[in-house]
Design a binder for this molecule. Structure first.
Ligand code: 6PG
Length: 250
C-alpha cells in the first residue's frame, strides 16, 4: 500500500468482520466507559448497509463489556419513513443492535421519520440541544459520529449540490436523495465537524474509486460532502476493508 494507508487514522482490514472488530478496538475506551468516567456518551450512528456488521459486532459483546447505561445513541440521518419501514435506519439498528442489548429507552434518540420532516428537524434539534454539550460556537459535540459514504461522495444524507445543508446554522435539515427523491433528515456538516471522533466505515469494491480520490485529495472532488468532513478539534478515521482500499495504491 502506498504511504496513504500508513497515515495513522486510515485502517485497512481484510473484511467487514475484522473491520468491525478494529473499529471497536479503536473506540473501546469510549464504549467501555473508561474514557467517559460515567458521564453520558453521545454517539451518532450511520445508516445504510455498511455499518450493519459493526452494530452486529456490538450486539455480540459480553454483557458487561459495554457501558450501555451511559451511552446515548443518535442517528446521523434518517429516511422520512416510519420506523418499521424497510428503508428505516432506525429499524436497521433496532434489528441489528437494540433488540439484543440492555439499553434504556431514554438513551435511544431516533429521528422520527414518520413525522413532518420540517417539524422533525426542529424537534430533533431541540432534543440534541437539551442533551448534548454545546461547543463555544453553540454546536453539539458528539463523542463519536459514524459515517458511510456513497459512490457519489455523499455522507449522512448530505448529497452533492446540497446547497444549504453543508453550512447550515441548523443542527439538522431536510434533504432529498437525488436518485429516488426520498426525503431525508440529516445532521449538518458543521455538526459532523464538531464531533470529538468521526469515523468513516467503508466496504466493498464499488467505493474504491471514491475513497481513493478523496484520500488522494484529487481536486475535482473538493465540493463533495465527504471531502468537507474535516473535524474542527476532533479526530477523523477511515476504516476500510481491502476491497474499498484497493485503489489506494494505484
Ligand atoms: C444512509 C446513509 C448514507 C450511507 C451511504 C452508504 O442513510 O443511507 O446515511 O450516507 O452511509 O449511502 O450506504 P451503504 O452503506 O448502504 O453503501
Amino acid at each position: 500500500m502506498s504511504n496513504i494507508t500508513q497515515r495513522p487514522n486510515i485502517k485497512v482490514y481484510d473484511n467487514t468482520g475484522t473491520l468491525a472488530a478494529g473499529m471497536y478496538n479503536q473506540f473501546r475506551e469510549l464504549f467501555t466507559g473508561q474514557r467517559s468516567q460515567n458521564r453520558p456518551l453521545h454517539i451518532a450512528l450511520a445508516g445504510g448497509s455498511t455499518p450493519l456488521a459493526f452494530y452486529e459486532f456490538l450486539a455480540k459483546r459480553p454483557v458487561d463489556d459495554i457501558h450501555w447505561k451511559t451511552i446515548h445513541l443518535w442517528w446521523g440521518d434518517e429516511r422520512c419513513v416510519p420506523p418499521d419501514h424497510s428503508d428505516s435506519n432506525y429499524r436497521m439498528v433496532r434489528e441489528a443492535l437494540l433488540d439484543h442489548i440492555d439499553i434504556g429507552a431514554q438513551n435511544i434518540h431516533r429521528i422520527r421519520g414518520e413525522s413532518d420532516p420540517d417539524s422533525e428537524t426542529i424537534r430533533y434539534g431541540k432534543e440534541i440541544e437539551e442533551n448534548i454539550p454545546l461547543s463555544p460556537v453553540g454546536l453539539p459535540v458528539f463523542d463519536l459520529i459514524l459515517l458511510g459514504i456513497g459512490e457519489d461522495g455523499h455522507t449522512a444524507s448530505i448529497f452533492p449540490d446540497s446547497d444549504f445543508s453543508a453550512d447550515s446554522i441548523s443542527y439538522c435539515v431536510v434533504t432529498r436523495h437525488p436518485g429516488s427523491g426520498q426525503k431525508r433528515i440529516t445532521l449538518t456538516m458543521p455538526v459532523l465537524n464538531q464531533a470529538k471522533h468521526v469515523a468513516f466505515m467503508v466496504s466493498g469494491p464499488a467505493k474504491a474509486d471514491v475513497v481513493s480520490k478523496i484520500l488522494k485529495k484529487q481536486i475535482e472532488l473538493k465540493n463533495l460532502p465527504a471531502v468537507k468532513v474535516i473535524p474542527v478539534d476532533g479526530i477523523l478515521f477511515w476504516f476500510l476493508d481491502r476491497a474499498a482500499a484497493s485503489h489506494l495504491d494505484k
